[in-house]
Design a protein around this ligand. Structure first.
Ligand code: PMP
Length: 362
C-alpha cells in the first residue's frame, strides 16, 4: 500500500484506515449486489438498511437515550446555523448564544439574519483563549433556546462540561468533537455536527434532536429547511447523501470496535497529552495558545517565537511528510487536529519532529 501522510488536517480530516480499506473492498460491489452503495436507489431495502443502521448505531453509542432522533441533512453545520433559528425562534422570543470564537460567531451572525438574538456570555476578553464559566451562562427568561459551540476548531478551546439551562433547550454545535468522548445526551435538546471531522466525509450534517422539540415549523419555511420534513420522512424526503451516510455507519462500527466512546476518549486523552506535554516542556520554544483548563483534545493550537519561525516550521513539517499543521488563516500560528482517527504513532512522530526542529533552531 502507498504511504499514508501524517494528516493533521482540521477538516475534512483523516478517516480511520480500516474504514477506508473496508469501503474500498466493497466499493464496486456492495454486499453482492453488483453495484456500489452510491449507485443504488435510496428507496431500496439495501440502502435503507444502511441508513437505519447508522442512526441506530449512533444512538446506541450514546446509550440509547429515549426520545431522540437522528437526522441527516445536507448543507453542513453552516446550514444548521440558519435552520435552528428558522425553526425554533418564535415571535416574542430571543435566541441566546455563547460567543466563544470563530464558529460561535458564524452561528450568531446567521441567527441575527433570522430574528432577535442575544449573546449571553462571551470569552472575548481573553481573545477567545478561554471559555466563559458555566455559572455565567444563564439563559434569558424568554429564550427559545441557548446555543453553544462545544469545541472551537480554530482557536482550540473545548467545553469540558455544559451549563444547566433548565427548561430552555440547550443546542450544541459539536462539529469538531462529536463522539470524541462520552456525553449524556439528555442534557441537550439538540446536538449537530458536520460529518467531516469525527464522523465521515463532508456533505452531510448529523443532527440528534429531542423529538418533542420539533413541532410544526413556521408555515412559510421551505420544505427542505424544516426539521419536520426530515423527522416525518426518516431523512428520506429527497435523495440523501447516501455514500456519506454509508461511510458514517462504517466509522461508527470502528468506534464500537475501539471500545465505544470511553475507548476513543482514552485514546484521545493520550494523544492530546503527548502533544501538550511536548509544548509545555519545550522551555517556551513552543507556546500553547489556550489556558490549560480549556484546551481542546481535538485541535491543539500553539505558537513559536515569531511568524517567520512558524513559516519555517510549516515548511519543514511538510517536507517531513506532515500535513495540515498551519493554523487557520484568521488566527495564524500552528494547529494539530487530532480527531478520533489520528493514530497515536502519528502524534509520536509529530512530537519527535517538534523536538528535532527545536534542537536545530535554538
Ligand atoms: N462549526 C464548527 C465548530 C466547525 O468546525 C465547522 C467547520 N470547520 C463548522 C461549524 C462549519 O461546518 P460546515 O463546513 O459543515 O458547514
Amino acid at each position: 500500500m502507498s504511504k499514508r501522510a501524517y494528516n493533521f488536517n482540521a477538516g475534512p480530516a483523516a478517516l480511520p484506515l480500516e474504514v477506508l480499506e473496508r469501503a474500498q473492498a466493497e466499493f464496486v460491489d456492495y454486499g453482492g449486489t453488483g453495484m456500489s452503495i452510491m449507485e443504488m436507489s435510496h428507496r431500496g431495502a439495501v440502502y435503507e438498511a444502511v441508513h437505519n443502521e447508522a442512526q441506530e448505531r449512533l444512538l446506541s453509542l450514546l446509550g440509547n437515550p429515549s426520545g431522540y432522533k437522528v437526522l441527516f441533512i445536507q448543507g453542513g453545520a453552516s446550514t444548521q446555523f440558519a435552520m435552528i433559528p428558522m425553526n425554533f425562534l418564535g415571535e416574542g422570543q430571543v435566541a441566546d448564544y455563547v460567543m466563544t470564537g470563530s464558529w460561535a460567531d458564524k452561528a450568531i451572525k446567521e441567527a441575527k439574519l433570522i430574528g432577535n438574538t442575544q449573546v449571553v456570555a462571551s470569552s472575548e476578553a481573553s481573545g477567545y483563549m478561554s471559555l466563559p464559566s458555566l455559572q455565567d451562562i444563564q439563559p434569558s427568561d424568554n429564550a427559545a433556546y441557548l446555543h453553544l459551540t462545544s469545541n472551537e476548531t480554530i482557536e482550540g478551546t473545548q467545553f469540558k462540561s455544559f451549563p444547566d439551562t433548565g427548561s430552555v433547550p440547550l443546542i450544541v454545535d459539536m462539529s469538531s468533537d462529536i463522539l470524541s468522548r462520552p456525553f449524556d445526551l439528555n442534557q441537550f435538546a439538540m446536538v449537530y455536527a458536520g460529518a467531516q471531522k469525527n464522523l465521515g466525509p463532508s456533505g452531510v450534517a448529523v443532527v440528534i434532536v429531542r423529538e418533542d422539540l420539533i413541532t410544526d415549523s413556521p408555515k412559510h419555511l421551505p420544505t427542505m429547511l424544516r426539521y419536520n420534513t426530515y423527522l416525518k420522512n426518516n431523512s428520506l424526503y429527497n435523495t440523501p447523501p447516501s455514500f456519506g451516510i454509508y461511510m458514517i455507519n462504517e466509522v461508527l462500527k470502528w468506534i464500537e470496535e475501539k471500545g465505544g466512546l470511553q475507548g476513543v476518549e482514552a485514546m484521545n486523552r493520550k494523544k492530546a497529552s503527548l502533544i501538550y506535554d511536548a509544548i509545555d516542556q519545550s522551555g517556551g520554544f513552543y507556546r500553547g495558545c489556550v489556558s490549560p483548563e480549556f484546551r481542546s483534545d481535538m485541535n491543539i493550537t500553539f505558537r513559536l517565537g515569531s511568524e517567520e519561525l512558524e513559516k519555517e516550521f510549516v515548511k519543514a513539517s511538510e517536507q517531513a511528510g506532515f500535513v495540515g499543521l498551519k493554523g487557520h488563516r484568521s488566527v495564524g500560528g500552528l494547529r494539530a487536529s487530532v480527531y478520533n482517527a489520528i493514530p497515536y504513532e502519528n502524534c509520536q512522530a509529530l512530537v519527535e519532529f517538534m523536538q528535532n526542529f527545536q534542537a536545530s533552531h535554538e
